[in-house]
Design a protein around this ligand. Structure first.
Ligand SMILES: NC(=O)c1ccc[n+]([C@@H]2O[C@H](COP(=O)([O-])OP(=O)(O)OC[C@H]3O[C@@H](n4cnc5c(N)ncnc54)[C@H](O)[C@@H]3O)[C@@H](O)[C@H]2O)c1
Ligand SMILES: [Zn+2]
Ligand SMILES: [Zn+2]
Length: 365
């Protein structure tokens, strides 16, 4: 089988790797039908995630078909189409039991394409299958559910829920990449009065408007703080979501928030950011951080099934799975390619249609 293997900073290759095998009775083997690339994969390739060792297959988002299950797996069987999430839950540790599988200490958490081989591959070994995968309703396409593997639960849980977005709120979202856009999309579940998107790239701000932002501000050319204060009568926003991951944008969020408001940090930070307590101490502000737990996945899936949430506009580019290397080039150059999410699709495995089978018999094909 083939897979996209990380070989150390800047090095990756789509290459032959050993077949996947069950290692524990709770494992399943999944044939990957559809996968995608995350900004975090680019962080790994830059060398920002040293816990990901060279030789690891990348990828933590996929939809696939179960081909084999271990003896202890009881809720899925070969042939089932499942969503494989970025978060694996052992189901037994204290964190999993209290609903925080992102922090799992029993061998789960963010493991795919990080601590174990990932999902940009023809097949994957999926630990703790019973407590970690989601059966995909037949009526939904892979592409309709694929973004539930990471960006939607991340944005919803770490941005919207941690930020306590409420009806009537003014919400500022700093960063309009896939995570910021997914925050714009899922914040609307709570009917904020106004969503303000802030980014340096006009193309991303145009996307933000498509996803539901009411107001957009390019903070490279405009004074974002002055504009937001003008719009909010000098108060600031109820909720500011940081969806970039650099010190300047975290500090911008703490400048934008009103007294009593919430700052929800979603961005992965590689450098120290300053928490300005000399101005914030008096403001009753709540700052939250977090890794996704993906505990909202089943709920978001029901919204997609019910036609209330449509994540398909995230898919901007499509590639066959064996062109994953080309897909990385397009995804990594989003400023020129305008990529949001690239969809990688394996060749369908289907029985030949009856007519073709008859033809084959008649013509000895
Ligand atoms: N906490 C979690 O569980 C979790 C999960 C997934 C991703 N993330 C993180 O979320 C962040 C966003 O992810 P993404 O995939 O959308 O990233 P991205 O790089 O695609 O998007 C970031 C956006 O921020 C904009 N930007 C950059 N600098 C800016 C600035 N100074 N001011 C305003 N905008 C600026 C860029 O133009 C871009 O549109 C990343 O840090 C990612 O690692 C966190
Ligand atoms: Zn991710
Ligand atoms: Zn656990």
């Amino acid at each position: 089988m083939k897979a996209l293997v990380y070989h150390g900073p800047g090095e990756r290759a789509w290459e032959e790797v050993p077949e996947r095998r069950l290692q524990a009775p709770t494992d399943a083997i999944v044939r990957i039908d559809t996968s995608t690339i995350c900004g975090t994969d680019l962080h790994i390739l830059k060398g920002d995630v040293p816990t990901c060792r060279p030789g690891t297959i990348l990828g933590h988002e996929a939809v696939g078909t179960i081909t084999e299950v271990g003896a202890a797996v009881t809720t899925v069987k070969p042939g089932d189409r499942v969503l494989v999430s970025c978060i694996t839950s052992c189901g037994r540790c204290d964190y999993c039991k209290e609903g925080h599988p992102g922090q799992c200490t029993g061998g789960g958490g963010w493991i795919f394409g990080h601590r174990i081989d990932g999902l940009q591959a023809e097949y994957a070994r999926v630990p703790f299958a019973d407590t970690s995968v989601y059966k995909v309703p037949e009526m939904l396409t892979d592409e309709q559910v694929l973004f539930l593997a990471d960006i939607l639960p991340t944005a919803f849980e770490v941005g919207v829920l941690n930020g306590r977005v409420r009806p009537g709120d003014t919400v500022a979202i700093v960063g309009a990449g896939p995570i910021g856009l997914a925050t714009i999309l899922t914040a609307q579940l709570y009917t904020p009065a106004r969503i303000i998107a802030i980014d340096l790239a006009d193309a991303r701000l145009a996307r933000a408007r498509q996803f539901g932002a009411d107001i957009t501000i390019n903070n490279g050319t405009e004074d974002a703080i002055a504009r937001v204060m003008e719009m909010t009568g000098g108060q600031g926003v109820d909720v500011a979501v940081e969806a970039v991951g650099v010190p300047a944008t975290f500090e911008l969020c703490t400048d934008l928030v009103r007294a009593g408001g919430h700052v929800a940090n979603v961005g992965v930070h590689g450098q120290a950011a300053t928490l300005h307590l000399e101005t914030l101490w008096i403001k009753d502000v709540t700052v939250t951080t977090g890794l996704v737990d993906a505990t909202s996945t089943a709920m978001l899936l029901r919204l997609i099934e019910g036609g209330r949430l449509d994540p398909t506009p995230f898919a901007t580019h499509r590639f066959p799975l064996d062109q994953t290397e080309e897909a990385y080039d397009v995804f990594a150059n989003a400023a020129t390619t305008q990529a949001l999410k690239v969809v990688l699709t394996a060749e369908p495995v289907e029985a030949p249609p009856a007519e073709a089978a008859v033809e084959a018999v008649l013509h000895g094909g």
